[in-house]
Design a protein around this ligand. Structure first.
Ligand code: VG1
Ligand code: CO
Length: 543
């Protein structure tokens, strides 16, 4: 066995987006495509002698082939050891947990997360650093620059490794330990939540369905919910990870998880419904005929954090991405702790978590998490809700409505215009930027614009700066419209329009969301001329 140096040339377009490099599977299957990016990562990291790398993915199509390539390249780069999830599988939160627990230099996670899978679907790769969190912008940019200067990559010519049997083996002098992908993660969850109380809840007849959407959360949910917590078999549905997610879209929202939503609206529905995405870092919480918006879920968990042993000591602060509703801000205010507003993407929470400034974090895109790891965590959020229901009693709907009574309700919705012409999308954003200065003071329907800007962020810990992170139009009554372009899609451009309206009066808390937001929706379209720019009169997906 020997290390081979293979000549290559730079492949344009390997710049990571909101969360890693995501492209069609067919793109990743092109000669040298994966190898170039991995070499870009390794060259940027530098010396790996004596170091450990964590490796795993969400099990989607191309995962197993990519794992073999990366193992051989890690050996060539001189890593001492790779901790590999059995079968090449590690959920994103589990990978973050394993990196931290075993003091790894970092990890490579193979996932396109909520994007569809299969031969025609998407594949993705990202690097997480020693804190367990996604590489910050400066690192991803350095990796990208390196991919533009590559002349060769190095790879061992060792035969394929057995990635399915738990245990240790060698690849060209590098140790590979195939580990149980669930064990470390389950142990961490047990430390954070009151498993006895949740066990009693299930023993008393509480029912739930966890829809794993044929993605990577299935084995974790089965081991923890049906195993350690005694939920009846069948609690986890679609629990078998499939390379193409059964042809479905593993994005847990009421549109894609329609099977679960229908179940929760049917007679005899379970007490709790939950779902997670391709790599198990997102979560959706549903009560009986009642979907919880992710922004509300973050706020509810923050307001009730003390029910969970892991958070009984209180919260240092809360962080949310800019487009996420300001429901969490009101909780932070009541708790007397800071609330940080960051650009979209979990990588921006890392410094705040590392510095002990924030304990809970969340995004409107069905992402919630805490300082227990450095990724959002789907099953963690579900366990938090179970812990809350076990301690507090009542239904999901009662808990959320009581929260609105106390803090007011933030009506919230996101309208996505998918696969639009990239040039049209850029032009729309450019036109909006030009209009910004003239918006303040303008009256639109019964709203008046208080301020409008293109969100900029300076990290309060390391001073890193991010600009053009989304256009905000803020109304005098606290309502907001936000526009940004997706950084995870692989087809054309996706415009996201986020709408938020605050309502303090409990008598006004039961308006259907799209109706409550109708005024803002009309303004959002007319200010940005969405129909004109995109040729679409309606969004592709409304959540
Ligand atoms: C989307 C979400 C963002 C999330 C990101 C990764 O990004 O809006 O909140 O952090 O996906 O989630 P974008 O750039 O498409 O809006 V995951 O679960 O796909 O890793
Ligand atoms: Co995800």
């Amino acid at each position: 066995m020997a290390i081979q140096t293979v000549a290559t040339s730079p492949i344009p377009g390997q710049r990571p987006g909101t969360s890693g490099l995501r492209k069609k599977v067919s793109v990743f299957q092109q000669p040298h495509y994966l190898e170039n990016f991995v070499q870009g990562v390794f060259d940027t990291l530098g010396d790996a002698a004596g170091k450990t790398l964590v490796l795993g993915g969400d099990g989607r199509y191309h995962n197993r082939a990519a794992i073999q390539v990366i193992l051989k390249m890690a050996a060539a780069h001189g890593f001492a050891r790779v901790l590999l999830g059995q079968g090449g599988i590690l959920s994103t939160p589990a990978a973050s947990c394993v990196i931290r627990k075993h003091g790894a230099m970092g990890g490579i996670i193979l996932s396109a997360s909520h994007n569809p899978g299969g031969p025609e679907g998407d594949f993705g790769i990202k690097y997480n650093a020693a804190n367990g969190g996604p590489a910050p912008e400066a690192l991803t940019e350095a990796i990208y620059q390196r991919t533009l200067a590559l002349a060769a990559y190095r790879i061992s010519d060792a035969p394929d490794v057995d990635i399915d049997a738990i245990g240790a083996r060698m690849v060209d002098g590098m140790h590979v330990e195939v580990i149980d992908p669930v064990a470390d993660y389950a142990e961490l969850m047990e430390q954070l939540f009151d498993f006895d109380a949740i066990r009693r809840l299930f023993a008393a007849g509480f029912t739930m369905r966890f829809d794993a959407m044929h993605a990577v959360s299935g084995p974790y949910a089965r081991a923890i919910l049906e195993g350690r917590l005694g939920a009846p078999a069948g609690t986890v549905i679609n629990g078998q990870p499939l390379e193409d997610f059964g042809g479905l879209h593993p994005d847990p929202n009421p549109v894609n998880a329609e099977q679960l939503v229908a179940l929760m609206a049917a007679p005899g529905a379970p007490d709790l419904g939950a779902a997670s995405d391709g790599d198990a870092d997102r979560n959706m919480i549903v009560g009986r005929s009642f979907a919880v918006t992710p922004s509300d879920s973050l706020a509810v968990l923050a307001a009730n954090a003390a029910v969970a042993p892991g958070y009984a000591g209180g919260l240092a602060g809360i962080a949310r991405s800019m487009p996420t509703s300001r429901a969490a801000d009101r909780v932070a205010e009541a708790l007397g702790v800071p609330c940080y507003e960051t650009p979209t993407g979990w990588k921006y929470f890392g410094t705040l978590l590392d510095a002990g400034k924030a304990t809970l974090c969340g995004e409107e895109s069905y992402g919630t998490g805490s300082n227990h790891i450095r990724e959002k965590d789907g099953l963690w959020a579900v366990l938090f809700w179970l812990n809350l229901l076990a301690v507090r009693g009542g239904s999901v709907q009662e808990i959320v409505e009581a929260h609105w009574q106390r803090f007011g309700r933030h009506y919230y919705s996101r309208h996505d215009y998918e696969a639009i012409e990239p040039d049209a999308a850029r032009l729309l954003m450019q036109d909006l930027r030009i209009k910004l200065a003239n918006l303040p003071g303008q009256k639109m329907n019964h709203y008046e614009v208080q301020a409008a800007d293109d969100f900029e962020y300076t990290d309060p810990v390391d001073g890193a700066h991010a600009s053009q992170q989304g256009i905000r139009i803020m109304m005098t009554d606290g309502s907001r419209i936000v526009y940004r372009l997706s950084g995870t899609g692989t087809e054309g451009a996706t415009l996201r329009v986020y709408l938020e309206r605050y309502e303090a009066d409990p008598a006004q808390h039961h308006i259907p969301t799209q109706q409550a937001l109708a005024g803002l929706i009309a303004i959002a379209d007319s200010v940005a001329s969405i129909a004109l720019h995109t040729g679409r009169s309606n969004p592709t997906v409304i959540t």
